[in-house]
Design a protein around this ligand. Sequence first.
Ligand SMILES: *[C@@H]1O[C@H](CO)[C@@H](O)[C@H](O)[C@H]1NC(C)=O
Length: 438
Amino acid sequence: MKLFALLSLALGLWAAQASAANLVCYYDSASYIREGLGKLLTPDLEIALQFCSHLIYGYAGINPNTYQVQSLHEDLDVHKHQYSEVTALKRKYPHLKVLLSVGGDQDVDPEHPNKYLELLEGEKVKQTSFINSAYSLVRSYGFDGLDLSFQFPKNKPRKVHSDIGMVWKKFKKLFTGDFIVDEKSEQHKEEFTAFVRDVRNALRPDNMMLTLTVLPNVNSSWYFDVPALVGNLDFVTLAAFDFLTPERNPKEADYTAPLYELYDQSRLSHYNANYQIDYWLGQQCPANKINLGIAAYGRAWKLTTDSGLTGEPVVKETDGPAPAGMQSQQPGLLSWPEVCAKLPNPSNAYLKGADAPLRRVSDPTKRYGAYAFRPADGNGEHGMWVSYEDPDSAANKAAYVHSKNLGGLALFDLSYDDFRGLCTGDKFPILRAAKFRL
Ligand SMILES: *[C@@H]1O[C@H](CO)[C@@H](O)[C@H](O)[C@H]1NC(C)=O
Protein backbone atom coordinates (compact mmCIF):
# COMPACT_ATOMS: atom_id res chain seq x y z
CA MET A 1 0.00 0.00 0.00
CA LYS A 2 2.72 2.37 1.09
CA LEU A 3 4.83 1.43 -1.87
CA PHE A 4 1.92 2.01 -4.16
CA ALA A 5 1.30 5.45 -2.68
CA LEU A 6 4.95 6.34 -3.11
CA LEU A 7 4.94 5.04 -6.61
CA SER A 8 1.88 7.01 -7.61
CA LEU A 9 3.32 10.08 -5.96
CA ALA A 10 6.49 9.61 -7.96
CA LEU A 11 4.49 9.06 -11.12
CA GLY A 12 2.40 12.12 -10.37
CA LEU A 13 5.51 14.21 -9.84
CA TRP A 14 6.99 12.82 -13.00
CA ALA A 15 3.86 13.63 -14.95
CA ALA A 16 3.68 17.12 -13.46
CA GLN A 17 7.29 17.64 -14.36
CA ALA A 18 6.85 16.30 -17.87
CA SER A 19 3.88 18.52 -18.55
CA ALA A 20 5.55 21.55 -16.98
CA ALA A 21 8.10 21.82 -19.76
CA ASN A 22 7.44 24.62 -22.23
CA LEU A 23 6.92 23.88 -25.87
CA VAL A 24 7.06 27.35 -27.32
CA CYS A 25 5.67 27.64 -30.83
CA TYR A 26 6.70 30.56 -32.98
CA TYR A 27 4.13 31.58 -35.52
CA ASP A 28 5.00 34.10 -38.21
CA SER A 29 1.70 35.40 -39.51
CA ALA A 30 3.39 36.22 -42.84
CA SER A 31 3.07 32.47 -43.57
CA TYR A 32 -0.64 33.15 -44.07
CA ILE A 33 0.07 35.19 -47.18
CA ARG A 34 2.46 32.76 -48.88
CA GLU A 35 1.44 31.11 -52.13
CA GLY A 36 0.91 27.40 -52.58
CA LEU A 37 1.60 24.60 -50.13
CA GLY A 38 3.58 26.81 -47.78
CA LYS A 39 0.49 28.84 -46.92
CA LEU A 40 -0.50 28.14 -43.34
CA LEU A 41 -4.07 29.02 -42.44
CA THR A 42 -5.70 29.15 -39.04
CA PRO A 43 -7.15 25.60 -39.18
CA ASP A 44 -3.61 24.27 -39.87
CA LEU A 45 -2.31 26.30 -36.96
CA GLU A 46 -4.94 24.90 -34.67
CA ILE A 47 -3.67 21.35 -35.09
CA ALA A 48 -0.40 22.41 -33.48
CA LEU A 49 -1.96 24.04 -30.46
CA GLN A 50 -2.60 20.84 -28.52
CA PHE A 51 1.20 20.52 -28.31
CA CYS A 52 2.20 24.13 -27.67
CA SER A 53 2.35 25.72 -24.22
CA HIS A 54 2.99 29.17 -25.72
CA LEU A 55 2.37 30.67 -29.11
CA ILE A 56 4.64 33.55 -30.05
CA TYR A 57 2.83 35.56 -32.69
CA GLY A 58 5.24 37.34 -35.01
CA TYR A 59 5.99 39.94 -35.91
CA ALA A 60 5.30 43.48 -34.95
CA GLY A 61 7.84 46.16 -35.71
CA ILE A 62 8.89 49.61 -34.61
CA ASN A 63 7.72 52.75 -36.38
CA PRO A 64 11.01 54.61 -37.02
CA ASN A 65 9.47 58.04 -36.48
CA THR A 66 7.23 57.54 -33.49
CA TYR A 67 8.86 54.42 -31.99
CA GLN A 68 5.44 52.94 -31.59
CA VAL A 69 4.99 49.22 -31.94
CA GLN A 70 2.95 48.41 -35.03
CA SER A 71 1.90 45.39 -37.04
CA LEU A 72 4.12 44.62 -40.04
CA HIS A 73 1.11 43.18 -41.86
CA GLU A 74 -1.77 45.44 -40.91
CA ASP A 75 -4.00 44.02 -43.63
CA LEU A 76 -3.78 40.58 -42.17
CA ASP A 77 -3.15 41.08 -38.47
CA VAL A 78 -5.62 43.87 -37.91
CA HIS A 79 -8.05 44.21 -40.83
CA LYS A 80 -8.43 40.48 -41.45
CA HIS A 81 -8.57 39.97 -37.70
CA GLN A 82 -5.74 37.48 -37.49
CA TYR A 83 -4.66 38.90 -34.09
CA SER A 84 -8.09 38.37 -32.60
CA GLU A 85 -8.69 35.09 -34.40
CA VAL A 86 -5.53 33.60 -32.95
CA THR A 87 -5.96 34.91 -29.43
CA ALA A 88 -9.56 33.63 -29.54
CA LEU A 89 -8.17 30.12 -29.90
CA LYS A 90 -7.28 30.31 -26.21
CA ARG A 91 -10.91 29.57 -25.44
CA LYS A 92 -10.51 26.19 -27.07
CA TYR A 93 -7.01 25.61 -25.68
CA PRO A 94 -7.18 27.14 -22.21
CA HIS A 95 -3.63 26.06 -21.30
CA LEU A 96 -2.22 28.16 -24.15
CA LYS A 97 -0.54 31.54 -23.65
CA VAL A 98 -0.30 33.76 -26.72
CA LEU A 99 2.34 36.48 -26.86
CA LEU A 100 2.93 39.20 -29.40
CA SER A 101 6.52 39.42 -30.60
CA VAL A 102 8.41 42.49 -31.78
CA GLY A 103 11.32 42.25 -34.21
CA GLY A 104 12.32 38.71 -35.09
CA ASP A 105 14.62 39.76 -37.93
CA GLN A 106 11.42 40.50 -39.85
CA ASP A 107 11.37 44.21 -39.11
CA VAL A 108 13.80 44.99 -41.89
CA ASP A 109 13.98 48.71 -42.51
CA PRO A 110 16.87 49.68 -44.81
CA GLU A 111 16.36 53.36 -44.10
CA HIS A 112 16.54 52.88 -40.34
CA PRO A 113 18.78 49.85 -39.85
CA ASN A 114 19.64 50.91 -36.28
CA LYS A 115 16.24 51.82 -34.96
CA TYR A 116 16.36 49.17 -32.23
CA LEU A 117 19.53 50.70 -30.87
CA GLU A 118 18.17 54.22 -31.31
CA LEU A 119 15.19 53.23 -29.23
CA LEU A 120 17.56 52.29 -26.41
CA GLU A 121 19.83 55.31 -26.79
CA GLY A 122 17.11 57.85 -27.22
CA GLU A 123 15.27 60.04 -24.82
CA LYS A 124 12.81 58.37 -22.50
CA VAL A 125 9.95 59.61 -24.65
CA LYS A 126 10.81 57.08 -27.40
CA GLN A 127 10.72 54.23 -24.95
CA THR A 128 7.51 55.47 -23.40
CA SER A 129 5.98 55.54 -26.86
CA PHE A 130 7.14 51.97 -27.49
CA ILE A 131 5.85 50.77 -24.15
CA ASN A 132 2.45 52.45 -24.32
CA SER A 133 1.75 51.25 -27.85
CA ALA A 134 2.93 47.72 -27.09
CA TYR A 135 0.76 47.64 -24.00
CA SER A 136 -2.29 48.78 -25.87
CA LEU A 137 -1.78 46.26 -28.74
CA VAL A 138 -1.33 43.39 -26.31
CA ARG A 139 -4.25 44.54 -24.23
CA SER A 140 -6.76 45.26 -26.97
CA TYR A 141 -6.21 42.05 -28.93
CA GLY A 142 -6.20 39.73 -25.94
CA PHE A 143 -2.57 38.65 -25.91
CA ASP A 144 -1.10 37.29 -22.68
CA GLY A 145 2.05 39.33 -22.99
CA LEU A 146 4.91 40.65 -25.04
CA ASP A 147 7.99 38.97 -26.47
CA LEU A 148 11.05 41.04 -27.35
CA SER A 149 12.74 39.40 -30.37
CA PHE A 150 15.03 42.37 -30.20
CA GLN A 151 17.09 43.07 -33.32
CA PHE A 152 20.60 43.65 -32.00
CA PRO A 153 23.56 43.72 -34.41
CA LYS A 154 24.77 40.25 -35.29
CA ASN A 155 28.21 38.63 -35.04
CA LYS A 156 30.33 39.00 -38.12
CA PRO A 157 30.38 35.74 -40.04
CA ARG A 158 33.55 33.76 -39.69
CA LYS A 159 35.97 34.37 -42.51
CA VAL A 160 37.23 31.72 -44.84
CA HIS A 161 40.97 31.50 -45.19
CA SER A 162 43.59 28.95 -45.99
CA ASP A 163 44.87 26.75 -43.18
CA ILE A 164 48.27 28.43 -43.30
CA GLY A 165 46.83 31.90 -42.88
CA MET A 166 44.65 30.66 -40.02
CA VAL A 167 47.05 30.92 -37.10
CA TRP A 168 48.23 34.37 -38.06
CA LYS A 169 44.66 35.59 -38.55
CA LYS A 170 43.63 34.32 -35.13
CA PHE A 171 46.62 36.05 -33.60
CA LYS A 172 45.95 39.30 -35.41
CA LYS A 173 42.29 39.27 -34.41
CA LEU A 174 43.21 39.58 -30.77
CA PHE A 175 44.72 42.96 -31.51
CA THR A 176 42.52 44.37 -34.24
CA GLY A 177 39.28 43.17 -32.66
CA ASP A 178 37.77 42.75 -36.11
CA PHE A 179 34.88 40.77 -34.62
CA ILE A 180 33.50 43.91 -32.97
CA VAL A 181 30.16 44.94 -34.48
CA ASP A 182 29.10 47.59 -32.01
CA GLU A 183 31.51 49.95 -30.28
CA LYS A 184 28.81 50.89 -27.78
CA SER A 185 27.64 47.43 -26.83
CA GLU A 186 28.38 47.96 -23.12
CA GLN A 187 26.19 51.04 -23.12
CA HIS A 188 23.44 49.24 -25.05
CA LYS A 189 23.57 46.39 -22.60
CA GLU A 190 22.90 48.74 -19.68
CA GLU A 191 20.19 50.56 -21.57
CA PHE A 192 18.47 47.32 -22.50
CA THR A 193 18.38 46.21 -18.87
CA ALA A 194 16.71 49.48 -17.86
CA PHE A 195 14.34 49.26 -20.83
CA VAL A 196 13.23 45.74 -19.93
CA ARG A 197 12.63 46.86 -16.35
CA ASP A 198 10.37 49.66 -17.61
CA VAL A 199 8.45 47.35 -19.95
CA ARG A 200 8.00 44.92 -17.08
CA ASN A 201 6.65 47.62 -14.82
CA ALA A 202 4.12 48.62 -17.44
CA LEU A 203 2.89 45.05 -17.91
CA ARG A 204 2.93 44.04 -14.27
CA PRO A 205 -0.40 45.52 -13.09
CA ASP A 206 -2.20 43.34 -15.67
CA ASN A 207 -0.07 40.32 -14.90
CA MET A 208 1.09 40.14 -18.50
CA MET A 209 4.08 38.07 -19.46
CA LEU A 210 7.35 39.46 -20.76
CA THR A 211 9.81 37.22 -22.58
CA LEU A 212 13.02 37.65 -24.55
CA THR A 213 14.09 35.92 -27.75
CA VAL A 214 17.81 35.98 -28.44
CA LEU A 215 17.97 35.94 -32.23
CA PRO A 216 20.55 33.85 -34.11
CA ASN A 217 24.08 35.24 -34.00
CA VAL A 218 23.27 37.93 -31.46
CA ASN A 219 26.10 37.68 -28.97
CA SER A 220 24.69 37.32 -25.45
CA SER A 221 27.97 38.37 -23.81
CA TRP A 222 27.66 41.76 -25.46
CA TYR A 223 24.01 42.59 -25.02
CA PHE A 224 22.59 40.93 -21.95
CA ASP A 225 23.36 41.61 -18.33
CA VAL A 226 21.84 38.29 -17.44
CA PRO A 227 21.75 38.56 -13.62
CA ALA A 228 20.11 42.01 -13.80
CA LEU A 229 17.73 40.99 -16.57
CA VAL A 230 16.28 37.62 -15.69
CA GLY A 231 14.23 38.79 -12.73
CA ASN A 232 12.13 40.85 -15.13
CA LEU A 233 11.59 38.08 -17.68
CA ASP A 234 9.26 35.09 -17.56
CA PHE A 235 11.63 33.22 -19.80
CA VAL A 236 14.24 33.63 -22.48
CA THR A 237 14.43 31.65 -25.70
CA LEU A 238 17.83 31.14 -27.29
CA ALA A 239 17.51 30.74 -31.05
CA ALA A 240 20.46 28.38 -31.21
CA PHE A 241 20.60 27.80 -34.96
CA ASP A 242 21.77 29.51 -38.15
CA PHE A 243 25.29 29.67 -36.70
CA LEU A 244 26.30 29.38 -40.35
CA THR A 245 24.03 30.19 -43.27
CA PRO A 246 24.60 30.33 -47.03
CA GLU A 247 24.00 34.10 -46.97
CA ARG A 248 26.46 34.77 -44.17
CA ASN A 249 28.94 32.08 -45.16
CA PRO A 250 28.59 31.62 -48.92
CA LYS A 251 32.01 29.96 -49.36
CA GLU A 252 31.76 27.15 -46.82
CA ALA A 253 29.00 24.88 -45.56
CA ASP A 254 28.78 23.41 -42.09
CA TYR A 255 26.31 22.15 -39.49
CA THR A 256 23.93 25.05 -38.90
CA ALA A 257 22.72 24.07 -35.44
CA PRO A 258 25.04 21.55 -33.77
CA LEU A 259 24.18 20.67 -30.19
CA TYR A 260 27.85 20.38 -29.19
CA GLU A 261 31.16 21.71 -30.39
CA LEU A 262 32.98 19.65 -32.98
CA TYR A 263 36.62 19.99 -32.13
CA ASP A 264 38.50 20.27 -35.36
CA GLN A 265 39.18 22.50 -38.29
CA SER A 266 38.32 26.16 -37.94
CA ARG A 267 35.11 26.01 -35.95
CA LEU A 268 34.38 28.69 -33.38
CA SER A 269 33.70 27.35 -29.91
CA HIS A 270 30.56 29.41 -29.34
CA TYR A 271 28.74 28.27 -32.48
CA ASN A 272 26.75 25.47 -30.88
CA ALA A 273 23.63 25.21 -28.74
CA ASN A 274 25.32 23.78 -25.66
CA TYR A 275 27.73 26.71 -25.43
CA GLN A 276 24.86 29.19 -25.56
CA ILE A 277 22.84 27.34 -22.92
CA ASP A 278 25.87 27.01 -20.65
CA TYR A 279 26.62 30.68 -21.06
CA TRP A 280 23.19 31.67 -19.70
CA LEU A 281 23.36 29.06 -16.94
CA GLY A 282 26.81 30.34 -16.01
CA GLN A 283 25.41 33.85 -15.72
CA GLN A 284 22.98 32.75 -13.00
CA CYS A 285 19.92 32.38 -15.18
CA PRO A 286 17.66 29.77 -13.58
CA ALA A 287 17.56 26.70 -15.83
CA ASN A 288 13.77 26.68 -15.88
CA LYS A 289 13.73 30.12 -17.51
CA ILE A 290 15.74 29.02 -20.56
CA ASN A 291 14.15 27.58 -23.69
CA LEU A 292 16.30 26.04 -26.38
CA GLY A 293 15.19 27.27 -29.80
CA ILE A 294 15.42 24.97 -32.83
CA ALA A 295 14.65 25.61 -36.49
CA ALA A 296 12.14 23.54 -38.44
CA TYR A 297 13.98 24.34 -41.65
CA GLY A 298 17.26 23.39 -43.22
CA ARG A 299 19.93 25.61 -44.77
CA ALA A 300 21.07 24.62 -48.25
CA TRP A 301 24.27 25.59 -50.08
CA LYS A 302 25.18 25.15 -53.72
CA LEU A 303 28.14 22.78 -54.18
CA THR A 304 30.73 23.28 -56.90
CA THR A 305 33.05 20.73 -58.49
CA ASP A 306 35.74 22.00 -56.09
CA SER A 307 33.60 21.12 -53.07
CA GLY A 308 34.59 17.47 -53.46
CA LEU A 309 32.54 14.30 -53.34
CA THR A 310 32.48 13.30 -49.69
CA GLY A 311 30.07 15.94 -48.38
CA GLU A 312 31.89 15.88 -45.07
CA PRO A 313 31.66 19.27 -43.33
CA VAL A 314 33.27 21.78 -43.28
CA VAL A 315 32.56 21.73 -47.03
CA LYS A 316 34.79 24.06 -49.00
CA GLU A 317 34.27 26.12 -52.14
CA THR A 318 30.51 26.32 -51.93
CA ASP A 319 28.71 28.90 -54.01
CA GLY A 320 26.17 30.56 -51.74
CA PRO A 321 22.51 29.62 -51.29
CA ALA A 322 20.97 26.70 -53.17
CA PRO A 323 17.83 27.56 -55.19
CA ALA A 324 14.72 28.39 -53.17
CA GLY A 325 12.25 25.66 -52.31
CA MET A 326 8.88 25.76 -54.08
CA GLN A 327 7.07 26.41 -50.80
CA SER A 328 9.40 28.45 -48.67
CA GLN A 329 10.42 30.61 -51.63
CA GLN A 330 13.65 31.77 -50.01
CA PRO A 331 17.03 30.93 -51.54
CA GLY A 332 19.04 28.57 -49.36
CA LEU A 333 16.14 27.74 -47.07
CA LEU A 334 14.17 24.49 -47.20
CA SER A 335 11.26 23.71 -44.91
CA TRP A 336 11.27 20.26 -43.33
CA PRO A 337 8.75 18.83 -45.86
CA GLU A 338 10.93 20.21 -48.65
CA VAL A 339 14.03 18.56 -47.19
CA CYS A 340 12.10 15.34 -46.66
CA ALA A 341 11.03 15.25 -50.31
CA LYS A 342 14.68 15.42 -51.37
CA LEU A 343 15.79 12.51 -49.19
CA PRO A 344 15.76 9.07 -50.84
CA ASN A 345 12.25 7.71 -51.31
CA PRO A 346 10.54 5.41 -53.84
CA SER A 347 9.26 8.28 -55.97
CA ASN A 348 12.62 9.99 -56.51
CA ALA A 349 14.88 6.91 -56.70
CA TYR A 350 15.32 7.08 -60.47
CA LEU A 351 15.17 10.82 -61.00
CA LYS A 352 18.16 12.68 -62.39
CA GLY A 353 19.74 16.13 -62.25
CA ALA A 354 18.03 18.66 -60.03
CA ASP A 355 15.46 16.05 -58.96
CA ALA A 356 17.85 13.26 -58.04
CA PRO A 357 17.65 12.32 -54.34
CA LEU A 358 20.23 13.66 -51.91
CA ARG A 359 22.39 11.25 -49.94
CA ARG A 360 21.44 11.33 -46.27
CA VAL A 361 24.16 11.25 -43.64
CA SER A 362 22.75 10.68 -40.19
CA ASP A 363 24.51 11.42 -36.94
CA PRO A 364 24.77 8.38 -34.67
CA THR A 365 26.64 10.46 -32.07
CA LYS A 366 23.56 12.70 -31.70
CA ARG A 367 25.86 15.66 -31.21
CA TYR A 368 25.82 17.60 -34.48
CA GLY A 369 22.71 16.78 -36.49
CA ALA A 370 22.10 15.28 -39.90
CA TYR A 371 23.00 16.54 -43.32
CA ALA A 372 22.26 15.49 -46.90
CA PHE A 373 24.00 16.30 -50.13
CA ARG A 374 24.41 15.71 -53.84
CA PRO A 375 27.82 16.46 -55.37
CA ALA A 376 27.94 18.70 -58.41
CA ASP A 377 27.77 16.76 -61.70
CA GLY A 378 30.37 16.78 -64.51
CA ASN A 379 29.16 20.18 -65.68
CA GLY A 380 29.40 21.60 -62.18
CA GLU A 381 25.62 21.61 -61.78
CA HIS A 382 22.97 20.41 -59.34
CA GLY A 383 25.30 20.25 -56.37
CA MET A 384 23.59 20.81 -53.02
CA TRP A 385 24.45 20.44 -49.32
CA VAL A 386 21.82 20.86 -46.64
CA SER A 387 22.06 20.86 -42.85
CA TYR A 388 18.69 20.29 -41.21
CA GLU A 389 16.69 19.40 -38.12
CA ASP A 390 14.43 16.35 -38.44
CA PRO A 391 12.06 14.69 -35.96
CA ASP A 392 14.92 12.55 -34.60
CA SER A 393 17.30 15.40 -33.98
CA ALA A 394 14.50 17.52 -32.52
CA ALA A 395 13.67 14.69 -30.11
CA ASN A 396 17.33 14.54 -29.26
CA LYS A 397 17.43 18.24 -28.42
CA ALA A 398 14.27 17.79 -26.35
CA ALA A 399 16.06 15.06 -24.42
CA TYR A 400 18.94 17.47 -23.83
CA VAL A 401 16.48 20.09 -22.54
CA HIS A 402 15.01 17.49 -20.21
CA SER A 403 18.36 16.30 -18.92
CA LYS A 404 19.46 19.85 -18.10
CA ASN A 405 16.11 20.73 -16.51
CA LEU A 406 15.69 23.65 -18.85
CA GLY A 407 12.39 25.47 -19.23
CA GLY A 408 11.63 23.87 -22.54
CA LEU A 409 12.07 23.81 -26.28
CA ALA A 410 10.99 26.39 -28.87
CA LEU A 411 10.25 25.78 -32.55
CA PHE A 412 10.97 28.37 -35.28
CA ASP A 413 8.49 28.24 -36.73
CA LEU A 414 5.29 26.25 -37.16
CA SER A 415 5.01 27.06 -40.87
CA TYR A 416 8.28 25.26 -41.67
CA ASP A 417 7.29 22.03 -39.96
CA ASP A 418 5.36 19.57 -42.10
CA PHE A 419 1.94 20.92 -41.17
CA ARG A 420 0.26 19.11 -44.05
CA GLY A 421 1.76 15.73 -43.25
CA LEU A 422 3.36 15.41 -46.71
CA CYS A 423 6.41 13.51 -45.47
CA THR A 424 5.02 10.57 -43.50
CA GLY A 425 1.37 11.48 -43.05
CA ASP A 426 1.91 12.89 -39.55
CA LYS A 427 1.13 16.58 -39.29
CA PHE A 428 3.74 18.66 -37.41
CA PRO A 429 6.17 15.73 -37.01
CA ILE A 430 9.01 17.87 -35.58
CA LEU A 431 6.72 19.45 -33.02
CA ARG A 432 5.33 16.06 -32.05
CA ALA A 433 8.73 14.45 -31.75
CA ALA A 434 9.85 17.27 -29.47
CA LYS A 435 6.71 17.08 -27.35
CA PHE A 436 7.06 13.38 -26.69
CA ARG A 437 10.63 13.70 -25.48
CA LEU A 438 10.27 16.75 -23.28
C1 LIG B 1 30.69 36.65 -28.06
O1 LIG B 1 31.79 36.86 -28.94
C2 LIG B 1 33.07 36.61 -28.41
C3 LIG B 1 34.12 37.02 -29.44
O2 LIG B 1 33.88 36.44 -30.69
C4 LIG B 1 33.14 35.14 -28.02
O3 LIG B 1 34.39 34.85 -27.46
C5 LIG B 1 32.03 34.82 -27.02
O4 LIG B 1 32.06 33.45 -26.72
C6 LIG B 1 30.68 35.19 -27.59
N1 LIG B 1 29.64 34.95 -26.57
C7 LIG B 1 28.63 34.10 -26.76
C8 LIG B 1 27.67 33.94 -25.64
O5 LIG B 1 28.46 33.48 -27.79
